[in-house]
Design a protein around this ligand. Structure first.
Ligand SMILES: Cc1ncc(COP(=O)(O)O)c(C=O)c1O
Length: 386
């Protein structure tokens, strides 16, 4: 793409839609989708844009957010599909949950009481999903306390128990423990059934479970990272990060490059300086010849320590010029660096997007063309949308 930005990222909303449809196809017609990818500012990709893509996919029944403010933000932007707040919240926020028709995760009686109080006052229902801690050790009631908890909160007026769920901590890492978690959740469901308590939405599966454990699909699945990281061949890459060569010069053998001179040229070579660094989200650990970038459809090593806002690349004798595109994550004709390659190299599964500095312009692609550009200075709409 030809543009005047030094460093920018592209977020492909078409790929998000494709990946969500893939999940739907995998889990089947009867299983609902709660898109957890709107959580935490859309995993850093932009909550509103990501939500719009999810809705346009037409396969998403619920959006998942982490905190009430994210849900309120989406409501204020006109999004009216069901939104579940995954995080536990302080009872002080209960009124907002009712006002903005959000669905709240609950695991304390205090919160349920407050939700019920405001819902009754405003003469409307409020939906809750009970969170059971089967081994994540985060939020949730213990499985053995679930029945009593549910019986107690079900007496509160205007409170509708729409869902019950748990979160798996170790899918693909510890099969034994995962089996234990699943069994604990299934035992809770069985106890509810034996007590004739019917809860419409029972859910358990996050991304790893969608890939590996069909028995966890139940009534609804909650995909998040699978949509953005696209680590299966059937999925499309969502994110690319690009920069430009801002300076290039020939240096002699024995020349020190970067802080602490951790790289010393072994022969005469050309060093290209690229306009992004760790402050922009480029991982600090990927300097010192541990990683590569793509320039003019060839891979070149990143040399020296990663600076705050620049990296240096050894381009040998290649004809690399100021202004040439540098692909950090993305694809050229013959080369590709996927976001997942970076996670593998770091041996650290994480999300890069949240670390991308706001000075890095964001270009959203939809229907194969620019839908919106967000820069530090302004937000510009594309041709096909506001
Ligand atoms: C309750 C809940 N469900 C699902 C997800 C999605 O997880 P993943 O990104 O592993 O799919 C999250 C994300 O943190 C979550 O908090």
């Amino acid at each position: 793409m030809n543009n005047s930005f030094i460093t920018y990222c592209e977020i492909n909303l078409d790929s998000i839609i494709h990946n969500l449809k893939w999940v739907k196809n995998r889990v089947g017609e009867k299983v609902k989708i709660c898109f957890a990818g709107t959580k935490a500012d859309g995993y850093g990709y932009g909550i509103y844009e990501v939500a719009i893509a999810a809705i346009e996919s037409k396969v998403v029944d619920y959006l998942g957010v982490a905190i009430p403010d994210e849900g309120i933000y989406l409501r204020k932007k006109g999004i009216n599909i069901p939104i579940i707040v995954f995080g536990n919240i302080l009872p002080e926020f209960a009124e907002k949950i009712v006002d903005y028709d959000l669905t709240q995760t609950v695991c304390t009686y205090d919160l349920c009481e407050k939700l019920s109080y405001y819902a009754k006052n405003k003469n409307k229902p409020v939906k809750i999903h009970i969170k059971v801690d089967t081994g994540m050790g985060r939020i949730g009631v213990f499985p053995e306390d679930s029945l009593e908890f549910i019986k107690k909160v079900s007496k509160l007026p205007n409170l509708k128990i729409e869902g019950i769920y748990s979160h798996l901590s170790s899918v693909g890492r510890d099969d034994e423990f995962t089996k234990e978690q699943i069994n604990k959740f299934f035992t809770v469901l069985k106890i509810l059934e034996n007590n004739n308590i019917k809860i419409p939405l029972k859910h358990l599966a996050n991304s790893a479970s969608i890939k590996k454990l069909p028995e966890t699909y139940l009534d609804m699945v909650r995909p998040g990272s699978i949509i953005f990281n696209a680590d299966l061949p059937e999925l499309k890459q969502v994110f690319s990060l690009k920069s430009k060569v801002v300076y290039v010069k020939k240096v002699p053998k024995g020349y020190r490059i970067g802080y602490r001179g951790s790289f010393i040229t072994k022969k005469e070579t050309k060093i290209a300086t690229v306009g992004l660094g760790y402050i922009d989200g480029y991982p600090f650990l990927l300097g010192n010849e541990k990683w590569k970038v793509i320039i003019n459809d060839k891979y070149f090593p990143v040399v020296g320590r990663v600076c705050m806002d620049q990296i240096m690349v050894d381009v040998g004798n290649e004809d690399v010029k100021i202004g040439d595109e540098v692909i950090i994550i993305g694809k050229s004709k013959n080369c590709e660096i996927k976001i997942n390659d970076i996670f593998k190299e770091l041996d650290f599964y994480n999300f890069l997007a949240p670390s991308i500095n706001k000075r890095v312009s964001r270009i959203y692609i939809k229907d194969g063309r620019i839908y919106k550009t967000k820069t530090m200075l302004e937000e510009i709409s594309g041709r096909n949308r506001n």
